[in-house]
Design a protein around this ligand. Structure first.
Ligand SMILES: Nc1nc2c(c(=O)[nH]1)N[C@H]1C(S)=C(S)[C@@H](COP(=O)(O)O)O[C@H]1N2
Ligand SMILES: [Mo]
Length: 555
């Protein structure tokens, strides 16, 4: 039987013992009215793949959106990507990197589905087994991710694969030429020698069912998201007991082309591994604080945090993946709970006062882990559990309902979004997500400066050109910015007033631009007196260094 299936295209009109001729082979490739059978096979493969994904997404919507096969495989790919490649992807696709990755996975899946479909024309079982194999890959990826909720995460992939495999098996059956009478399982053949009506019916039914499953999955996902959105809409941020002082007007000079002092939420850079932005219902959210030296472990609700004394602070956040001159830096006005006070309440002491834990590991609802030095969190700086960003509850993309923000540290060692767990441990005992991938355990922000205007390869007119940008050295403060034209002397730029030492500072310098090509270079000096180094370093392991230069042609 199995052998017969493998030779499934056997033409009953052809005696089994005759060696097939080229003409026979050609006949095999075509349905009686000329449509290449292989093309219909490919179509079957595509339909089976589509059905598999639709069913998987429907089941994922019921189980956990993050457990869907495409998201899981993309996530596993992100987890496994070597840092330099990840860096390259972030550089080239920016915040679209995840979309590009998922589209790439879909493209690969489409090609594989088409191929499996053509295989299934002759080898139904092999085609169906192929679909199951991809289901297994999805299931492994889903259960192996750091945010996996356990074996249930395999369900979407398994259900999808079984549906896809059955469908492919059935459709391929309809594509077979009329079966010899001795094969009981074969579909009845139509007048044309293959079951065209059966195929068209089954294919359309499958397509319709897949669309329905996909739509149901979407609407289920949507209703989940609506609970979260409703909980966010209901949040009224209390007046902070300790408000930020107003931004000094002279901290924000009006210069065309310079980054605004406060980055609007919609323009704030986003860097994370979340393929599906977690939509957390604040009313169901909890934060647990536990671990070594936590004498009074505690669990907080969102309302618990809202009722505490809140602080409001301007803090500039920077990503360690930011290249010299890059865009992954932004400044916002955050409202939140002072983390030091909350930890003190739980009985946590810094290592300098005998506390046993030197690392605070924050864990998010999507399984991300970030490790922060306990000493830094408790040294008096405005480390906080932020609830608000620029006057509104955190946007979902930036960590609603609660995230950490610690002035002076790169985001990957401090700024856990969608936080739900804080564990006190040691650097010796635990390496969080990025550290396991080659990044440094501790990473204070490096002193950096960026030219915002003129843009690279700009063609300004000769005369006075304003060179301007931003400089940052969070928690140390910026004391000086200098600009150099070509190989000329360093000239001190005008610094905007300082808001706080945790924020960036804008700077500007008018330049009498003469015709021709010029290279503009900037460097900053922080309050410790350290001058931004010209030594070029890559972003990995602890942040890029070097001077930002811009080449322009004055006309
Ligand atoms: N849950 C979670 N939190 C996270 C990350 C992440 O991938 N997942 N990325 C971190 C990194 S690398 C940075 S730079 C900041 C970026 O915060 P933003 O996206 O709000 O700008 O978030 C941090 N918090
Ligand atoms: Mo980052």
């Amino acid at each position: 039987m199995f052998l017969h299936l493998i030779g499934g295209a056997t033409n009953p009109a052809r005696p089994q013992d005759r060696i097939p001729t080229v003409r026979d082979e050609e006949k095999d490739q075509r349905t009686p009215h000329g449509l290449p059978r292989l093309a219909l096979g490919a179509l079957s493969g595509a339909l089976a793949g589509f059905a598999a994904l639709a069913v998987a997404e429907l089941v994922a919507a019921a189980v956990r959106p993050q457990a869907g096969p495409v998201v899981a495989v993309a996530g596993a790919a992100i987890d496994a990507t070597p840092a330099p490649v990840k860096d390259w992807a972030i550089r080239h696709f920016g915040t679209d990197d995840k979309l590009v990755l998922q589209l790439g996975i879909l493209a690969v899946l489409t090609v594989l589905a088409l191929a499996l479909g053509t295989v299934a024309v002759r080898h139904r079982r092999v085609g169906a087994a192929g679909v199951l194999l991809f289901g297994a890959v999805g299931a492994l990826a889903a259960t192996g991710r750091p945010d996996s909720a356990g074996p249930a995460d395999a369900l979407p992939s398994v259900a999808g694969a079984v549906a896809g495999a059955l469908l492919l098996y059935a459709l391929a059956g309809r594509l077979r030429p009329a079966a010899p009478p001795h094969e009981p399982g074969a579909a009845p053949a139509g007048r044309e020698g293959w079951n065209r009506r059966g195929f068209v019916l089954a294919a359309s039914a499958a397509a319709a069912a897949s669309v329905a499953a996909g739509a149901a999955g979407r609407s289920l996902n949507g209703s989940r998201g609506r609970d979260a959105a409703a909980s966010r809409a209901l949040v009224t941020l209390p007046r902070p007991g300790s408000p930020a002082r107003p931004v000094p007007p002279r901290a924000e000079p009006r210069i065309a082309g310079i980054s605004p002092f406060t980055t609007p939420n919609k323009d704030f850079y986003r860097v994370d591994t979340a393929l599906v932005v977690p939509r957390v219902d604040a009313t169901a959210w909890r934060l647990r604080v536990h671990g070594q030296g936590v004498r009074r472990p505690a669990t907080y609700t969102f309302d618990d945090l809202l009722r505490r004394g809140l602080i409001e602070r301007d803090i500039t956040l920077t990503c360690v993946s930011n290249e010299v001159g890059g865009p992954y830096v932004g400044n916002a006005r955050w409202i939140g709970v002072p983390l030091a006070a909350l930890l003190a309440e739980c009985g946590v002491r810094p290592p300098s006062r005998g506390g046993p834990a030197d690392q605070l590991v924050a864990r998010s609802v999507d399984g991300m882990t970030l490790g922060t030095p306990v000493e830094d969190v408790l040294d008096g700086r405005d480390a906080m559990l932020a609830l608000g960003m620029n006057g509104e509850p955190l946007p979902f993309e930036h960590g609603f309902p609660v995230r950490m923000v610690v002035p002076g540290l790169y985001g990957y060692v401090s700024a856990c979004k969608w936080i739900e767990d804080i564990e006190l441990t040691t650097f010796g005992a635990y390496d969080p997500y990025w550290v396991r991938r080659g990044w440094a355990r501790e990473a204070p922000v490096k002193t950096e400066s960026r030219i915002d205007t003129p843009k690279p390869f700009a063609r300004p007119a000769a005369g006075t050109v304003m060179i301007a940008g931003v400089a940052w050295a969070q928690h140390r403060g910026i004391d000086k910015v200098e600009v150099r034209v070509d190989d000329g002397p360093w000239q001190e730029a005008r610094l905007a007033a300082e808001d706080t030492r945790d924020t960036w500072r804008q700077w500007s310098i008018p330049w009498r631009a003469a015709k021709g090509g010029h290279t503009l270079t900037v460097r900053a000096t922080d309050r410790t007196g350290a001058v931004q180094t010209d030594q070029r370093a890559r972003t990995i392991p602890d942040g890029a260094t070097g001077w930002h230069s811009v080449v322009v042609t004055v006309e």
